[in-house]
Design a protein around this ligand. Structure first.
Ligand SMILES: C[S@@+](CC[C@H](N)C(=O)[O-])C[C@H]1O[C@@H](n2cnc3c(N)ncnc32)[C@H](O)[C@@H]1O
Length: 266
């Protein structure tokens, strides 16, 4: 690993007060975590993200009973041979905001242009096969929106070999995505008709929650994939790749490389 461990020191230069419940992070500590998250996930953090990094990592410090970010950093460097804690660190530093049918014009475009084009290809003799990739799928709203769009547009879906790959670097959001259970307030953007068609309503202890129906879940494979790892553990080529609100966290060079690789995967 190219990042060296940091010397533990109890003396810090004067800095603004940390957020409540957060420990003080020194500039040196922030720079070390900044390098580490870039190395692990390609995420570029600006100076303005210092308080955010401190508050997001604070719960890992509390988990271990550490009193400084240096102790946590050194733990990652020296005591984490299987990389388990590194995964937790990445989980803390990703931003996972999402919702169903976010930027709905993308789904309109799929319904009105992409799916009719694929149907036309099949009429002309191409196998009835569709491969989609939701790259950076967060808690699953994006791949499920995609699956709903396809099911609604193609009533004779049984004749199609349809698969959606939904991937993210963050293992905690992937677990939630795979479960497919959402509270009512998360279903903004899903019409009543879609709710009835694609979701099961929770009863008893699950009252107020909605679970994606198995027929929708079966179309989707959830996997942890770091978009910046090379090569990806994928053999398929895709008809459509959705990678939305993900590359905003990457620098220009990382974005350029990723777009080249997406183009090769189409
Ligand atoms: C803001 S969410 C976007 C979710 C969804 N695509 C949308 O537009 O609503 C960004 C997601 O990208 C994921 N992400 C960030 N860096 C990643 C990387 N290097 N590889 C894979 N996923 C990454 C984060 O974990 C997060 O869940």
């Amino acid at each position: 690993m190219y990042v060296r461990t940091l010397p533990v020191t109890r003396e810090h230069p004067p800095m603004p007060a940390p957020l409540p419940g957060t420990m003080h992070i020194t500039d040196k500590e922030f720079q070390a975590f900044r390098k580490l998250i870039f190395h692990e996930a390609g995420i570029s953090l600006s100076d303005a993200k210092r308080a955010l990094v401190a508050s997001r990592l604070a719960r890992r410090l509390r988990h271990f009973g550490f009193t400084s970010y240096t102790q946590y950093y050194n733990h990652l460097m020296d005591q984490d041979p299987d990389g388990h804690e590194r995964v937790q660190m990445v989980n803390c530093l990703t931003t996972n905001k999402t919702n169903f049918f976010r930027e709905s014009h993308h789904f309109t475009f799929l319904r009105e242009h992409v799916l009719p084009w694929l149907q036309e290809q099949v009429r002309q003799g191409t196998p009835a096969r569709m491969r989609f990739w939701s790259a950076g799928c967060s808690t699953g709203e994006e791949p499920y929106s995609l699956a709903m769009t396809v099911r609604e547009a193609l009533p004779s879906l049984a004749n199609w070999d349809l698969r959606i790959l939904a991937s993210d670097i963050d293992t905690s959001v992937l677990q939630a995505a795979e479960r497919g259970i959402y509270t009512a307030d998360r279903l903004d953007g899903v019409s009543d008709a879609q709710q009835r068609r694609h979701f099961l309503r929770g009863r008893g202890q699950w009252e107020g929650t909605y679970q994606v129906k198995p027929e929708l879940q079966q179309i989707i494979t959830f996997r942890r994939i770091n978009l910046n790892e090379e090569p990806w553990p994928i053999r398929t080529r895709f008809h459509v790749i959705l990678c939305r609100n993900v590359v905003i966290y990457f620098n220009r060079e990382t974005q350029r490389r990723l777009f080249e690789r997406f183009a090769d995967a189409l």
